[in-house]
Write a protein that binds this ligand. Structure first.
Ligand SMILES: *[C@@H]1O[C@H](CO)[C@@H](O)[C@H](O)[C@H]1NC(C)=O
Ligand SMILES: *[C@@H]1O[C@H](CO)[C@@H](O)[C@H](O)[C@H]1NC(C)=O
Ligand SMILES: *[C@@H]1O[C@H](CO)[C@@H](O)[C@H](O)[C@H]1NC(C)=O
Ligand SMILES: *[C@@H]1O[C@H](CO)[C@@H](O)[C@H](O)[C@H]1NC(C)=O
Length: 415
């Protein structure tokens, strides 16, 4: 038996004996120690402090102890803290110290002088403090009042197998993102995308039909996010957010990679350009994981960035825009070009054909320097060739416009 408990029992015996002695001399019934108010229940989050108050009238020679109800551990005896738990202490003060409490005894004049208050202080609350606490008077029979303490716990995400780590799947496979959280009350778990895009899901029943539309959720409620037949646009960083109104809410980032072989699209497959101009070729690539991209000329020579070629690419997620700028287009440059993209899952290429647009400058026939373009209906390459002809036409137009303005001004001067 615990020595403290033994001591308390000895105290009980001693004071019970004295109480018996008093019973002889004092009138019975409502005389003797009385609780001024119930101890009351409390709810507090971890880390805070809690104080239970026990106000007693007519304590006389009796002693007051605080006990933890679950295991009957004695925490304090009268004004002495007896537990080894450094977070727990007792304080005593005479008087009720609590103006709003109900008076069990009607004689008001007794109140100020004959009331004692024992407070149980529990600092830096832990989950293990969730229990009931009993304020006990060693009368015979023993009198007690109890208050229970509920500890609220902010949400926490359970790491390890129960919560997904970053994952990678092939396009068309299923992916499951899970997130388990603990806390009191039980946290709500939801998912959203880090980039603010909606979370897209597909109902599992629609897997066979293959035409099921993706459902958009700004936030997806639930700890398990099932993604059936994942599409590339579902790739990204997902945030699992757990909250239970006990701050702070917590989140965990899970990235979903969707792997797929490259696909190449060529917006302009046939490009015509006048000799001497700069010509730009473009390819759009979609692939994940990241690709190695390059350009081939005449199905053989790999082109390198330098004075003749300017090679650039612009990556955004799984999309890549490839550019090849050919400077000073010559007869030599006419032919076939390929943009090639490879990743661990495959290889794809786009084909472009470059041809010459014959131009000649027709000066004098119409009295101004217009450029006539010949070269069929294929669209002109985006390059300085096309730009130059546009500029010339504009120059001619502005010349005519200034002449009209000059003419109008001359007309006004006459008046
Ligand atoms: C105090 O809490 C206990 C345990 O949760 C409960 O049984 C009791 O009814 C509560 N008392 C009051 C006054 O709310
Ligand atoms: C209250 O108690 C005092 C003794 O402290 C006594 O003189 C007085 O008569 C009592 N009043 C009532 C209303 O019981
Ligand atoms: C994906 O999930 C559906 C439904 O649970 C199942 O029928 C299908 O076989 C799964 N596909 C793969 C590739 O695991
Ligand atoms: C998700 O949960 C939040 C908070 O509990 C609620 O307001 C919202 O309506 C829920 N959304 C759906 C789609 O159930």
């Amino acid at each position: 038996m615990n020595s403290k408990l033994r001591m308390f029992l000895v105290l009980c015996v001693v004071t019970t004996v004295t109480a018996v002695g008093y019973k002889v001399t004092l009138p019975p019934s409502n005389v003797g120690p009385m609780f001024v108010a119930p101890v009351g229940n409390q709810t507090a989050p971890t880390g805070r402090d809690a104080i239970f108050t026990c106000s007693i009238r007519n304590i006389d020679k009796y002693k007051v102890g605080w006990l933890r109800t679950s295991d009957r551990t004695i925490l304090s005896v009268h004004t002495r803290t007896v537990t080894h738990n450094a977070r727990i202490s007792v304080s005593y003060e005479s008087g009720s110290g609590n103006s709003g409490t109900t008076n069990f005894v009607t004689n008001q004049s007794l109140e100020d002088t004959n009331i004692g208050t024992w407070r149980l202080h529990i600092r830096h609350l832990k989950e293990s403090d969730r229990d009931c606490y009993m304020c006990q008077i060693n009368t015979s029979p023993m009198r007690s009042e109890e208050g229970c303490l509920d500890i609220l716990v902010p949400p926490d995400i359970v790491y390890g197998g129960e919560t997904s780590a970053d994952l990678a799947v092939s396009e068309g496979d299923n992916a499951t993102l899970t997130c388990r959280a603990t806390g009191r009350p039980t946290p709500r778990v939801s998912w959203r995308r880090e980039d603010g895009e909606p979370v897209l899901t597909r109902s599992s029943s629609s897997t066979s039909s293959g035409v099921a539309n993706l459902i958009r959720h700004d936030t997806f409620n639930g700890s398990v996010l099932q993604l059936h037949r994942v599409e590339r646009k579902q790739m990204g960083a997902y945030l699992c957010i757990a909250s239970n109104d006990v701050p702070p809410a917590v989140s965990k980032r899970v990235t979903l990679a969707v792997n797929f072989a490259p696909a190449v699209k060529v917006p302009n497959q046939l490009l015509g350009a006048p000799l001497g101009t700069d010509v730009q070729l473009e390819c759009y690539v979609e692939a994940f994981p990241n690709t190695i991209n390059y350009w081939l000329k005449h199905r053989g020579e790999m082109l390198l960035d330098g004075p003749k070629y300017n090679i650039r690419e612009d990556r955004s997620g799984y999309r890549v825009l490839m550019w090849l700028l050919i400077r000073g287009f010559t007869q030599e440059d006419v032919g076939t070009y390929n943009c090639v993209s490879t990743n661990s899952l495959g290889k794809a290429e786009g084909t472009l054909r470059l041809y010459e647009i014959k131009i000649f400058v027709d000066i004098g026939r119409r009295g101004n320097d217009e450029i006539a373009i010949y070269g069929g209906s294929a669209e002109a390459a985006r390059g300085s060739g096309a730009l130059q002809s546009g500029l010339c036409l504009r120059t001619d137009f502005s010349r005519r416009l200034s002449f009209v303005l000059w003419f109008i001004l001359q007309m006004f001067r006459r008046y």
